[in-house]
Design a protein around this ligand. Structure first.
Ligand SMILES: Cc1cc2nc3c(=O)[nH]c(=O)nc-3n(C[C@H](O)[C@H](O)[C@H](O)COP(=O)(O)O)c2cc1C
Length: 200
């Protein structure tokens, strides 16, 4: 493992619980492994826009035929995909907002799931084109849902990341953060042990 991509999307940026989880894992990994190169993509701070049809048309236009506006539009997706392709491991900080992923994270997914680049369809169905990357999915939640049918967020993440070839995923949850100090404290101490185990 050499290159790590960190994707954060908490509305609270570095004060977000999911950002705290990602930085705890980065601290552990960089102290265990020498010479790691860490790139952070903070979707909240970059205020990533919703995908538009104009932008998709820019992707589909041959590079040599793009107008300068189209070249600028296509560069966002190209950059985000290149960051993923270069990563050996991807650490995703994942807040739960209204049972789902942050809208900025969905906008990131809309840029990195691109036909012919990160997935393709074959006669037997879709095939992800990213490979050999470990994903650490570090989730922060006010309530407790992991392992229950209400956790559609985890299922969505498995499905959509698997679709582009990212199927080797380790989940760590810090849950019950809005359920009182004791629940929050024990959630953090459980998560710290999980992070120790994953970085060892
Ligand atoms: C807009 C919003 C919606 C939320 N919706 C949920 C929810 O559906 N389920 C839940 O367990 N917690 C929910 N929470 C609590 C967050 O999951 C919790 O604050 C978590 O720490 C968010 O991650 P962050 O601190 O990294 O932003 C919500 C918080 C906000 C701000």
């Amino acid at each position: 493992m050499k290159n790590i991509l960190v994707v954060n999307s908490s509305l609270s940026s570095e004060n977000g619980n999911s950002n705290k989880l990602t930085s705890k894992l980065v601290t552990r990994l960089t102290s265990e492994h020498n010479g790691l190169n860490v790139v952070e993509r903070n979707l909240n701070e970059m205020n990533i826009p919703h995908l538009t049809m104009e932008e998709m048309v820019a992707w589909r236009t041959d590079k040599t035929a793009r107008t300068s506006a189209q070249a600028a539009q296509a560069s966002l997706s190209d950059t985000l995909i290149a960051e993923l392709q270069q990563a050996d491991a991807v650490i995703i900080g994942m807040p739960m907002y209204n049972f789902g992923v942050p809208s900025t994270f969905k906008a990131w997914i809309d840029r990195v799931a691109r036909a012919g680049i990160t997935f393709k369809y074959t006669e037997t169905g879709p095939q992800g084109l990213l490979s050999n990357k470990k994903v650490y999915l570090l989730a922060a939640r006010g309530g407790k849902y992991a392992g229950t049918p209400k956790d559609s967020q985890s299922q969505y993440l498995k499905d959509v990341l698997g679709f582009i070839g990212l199927s080797d995923i380790e989940f760590v949850y810090v849950e019950g953060l809005a359920m009182g100090d004791d629940a929050a404290q024990s959630a953090w101490s459980f998560a710290e042990k999980e992070l120790d185990r994953l970085s060892a």
